[in-house]
Design a protein around this ligand. Structure first.
Ligand SMILES: Cc1cc2nc3c(=O)[nH]c(=O)nc-3n(C[C@H](O)[C@H](O)[C@H](O)COP(=O)(O)OP(=O)(O)OC[C@H]3O[C@@H](n4cnc5c(N)ncnc54)[C@H](O)[C@@H]3O)c2cc1C
Length: 399
């Protein structure tokens, strides 16, 4: 008979709860420890692209996602001051046909809640701050700030960009400030305003870009406004900024952007961090997942999607070989490291393309966008068709 596996997950963000859902669906004993006092309502909008939606569907949460999600018509590139369209990738009709799942916009809190609803079978403990992880041949041990410890066969660090588990396993190197800061805001509307199209709009300007899209089923607009800066900015939901600062940094932008920004009441200022890809995420009985393993710039809208894919693949590998931990972790990494590294590096590249500063470079880029648009809109624009086509639920571990 195969050994009964006991897994501890550090961090109950999108990745941690998805893993807890996947493991408990396989009947694996799962304990999740979250630093916060409850699953929070923090966050703003999040684009759930077809590759992530395929996993959410396999876990049984497609109806819940459809209830809270907004289906954008298209992903559209626009010029920052004239509003002129440079590319248009149809989403609503095309994603199910091309990629096997829809493309949604959701509020992160809604996404988190619907994933958390799937973890009934797991043991969740809040207000637990992990400070260290140790291991020997038989067990891994998580150590918490309150002096308590937890032993398991495997500890998974799903504790985000400043992961303590990564720190304990792989050293102290801090995440790298990318030189980008962004404003994040959600603006509620009784009715959809005529100055925000029902699309994911990428407004590209010099050394900056703005992404707008509907969340809350069309009752609010999410804003991500990114600018390059020499100044260090913290990565934090606590860093409140002001509408005046937002408007000053995006002065002269298209009137539709200005009108939207004028309606902002609460806005956060957020530093963007990433790390270079790692070749390995596991050491013995400890592994990493999501931002803990591969924090990335949000320019392909993939950080949470990659955490969701990681979680599904890791749960499948562990369920297939609960008594062969080393092989299960090796197969998890073999499936995931290459893909997440490519997404991370391409997200960095998109930042450069979106932010071209000179008029000549912008004109050349926009001409290329238009050329690609004529050939195949799905292969053009932000060039994410290969990201959406992947299906983590096709992963079959070799036992
Ligand atoms: C501006 C912006 C826009 C984005 N847009 C998108 C998008 O459209 N689509 C997309 O897929 N992704 C997007 N992302 C990325 C996405 O938000 C993250 O990649 C994703 O949340 C990572 O999930 P995670 O579970 O790995 O980490 P997190 O969501 O950071 O969760 C980590 C959890 O661990 C807990 N924790 C931390 N330390 C400890 C500890 N020591 N002990 C116990 N618990 C701990 C935290 O409280 C938290 O709950 C965006 C990011 C930004 C900044």
């Amino acid at each position: 008979m195969s050994k009964k596996l006991k897994v501890g997950i550090i961090g109950g963000g999108v990745g941690g709860v998805t893993l807890a859902a996947g493991l408990s669906q396989h009947g694996i004993e799962t304990h999740l420890f979250e630093h916060a006092a409850q699953f929070g309502d923090v966050g703003a909008g999040i684009q759930m692209t077809p590759n992530a939606v395929k996993v959410i569907t396999a876990l049984g949460a497609a109806p819940a996602l459809d209830k809270v999600g907004f289906l954008p018509e298209a992903l559209v590139g626009r010029n920052w001051d004239t509003g002129e369209e440079t590319f248009r990738i149809p989403l609503k009709e095309d994603c199910p046909r091309l990629y096997g799942a829809p493309f949604y916009h959701v509020h992160r809190a809604d996404l988190h809640h619907l994933l958390a609803d799937l973890v009934a079978g797991a043991n969740v403990t809040f207000s637990m701050h992990c400070i260290d992880v140790t291991q020997d041949a038989d067990k891994a041990v998580a150590h918490f700030a309150d002096g308590s410890t937890f032993e398991a066969d495997l500890i998974v660090g799903a504790d985000g960009v400043r992961s303590q588990v990564r720190h304990a396993m792989f050293g102290t190197e801090a995440p790298h400030f990318t030189g980008h800061m962004c404003y994040r805001a959600v603006v509620p509307f009784d009715e959809m305003p005529d100055f925000v199209a029902p699309e994911s709009s990428f407004w590209l300007g010099p050394k900056s870009h703005v992404v707008t899209y509907y969340v809350n089923g069309g009752k609010a607009v999410n804003i991500v406004a990114v600018a390059e800066t020499a100044e260090w900015v913290e990565e934090s939901w606590n860093a409140l900024s002001t509408r005046e600062d937002l408007m000053a940094d995006f002065k002269g932008w298209h009137p539709n952007i200005t009108k939207l920004f004028e309606r902002v009441t609460e806005v956060y200022r957020w530093g963007l961090f990433d790390r270079d890809p790692m070749a390995k995420w596991s050491k013995g009985r400890v592994t990493l997942l999501g931002d803990a393993a591969h924090p990335m710039l949000p320019f392909l809208s993939q950080g949470a999607a990659m955490a969701i894919e990681d979680a599904y693949v890791l749960a499948q590998a562990l369920a297939a070989m609960p008594d062969k931990l080393e092989q299960a972790l090796a197969q998890y990494e073999a499936e995931r490291v290459g893909r997440t590294s490519r997404v991370l590096l391409e997200a960095r590249e998109r930042g450069k393309t979106y932010h071209l500063a000179s008029k000549d470079e912008q004109a050349k880029r926009d001409a290329e966008y238009r050329e690609q648009q004529k050939k195949d809109p799905h292969a053009g624009g932000i060039k994410a068709n290969w990201v959406y086509a992947y299906n983590a639920t096709d992963f079959r571990p070799a036992v």
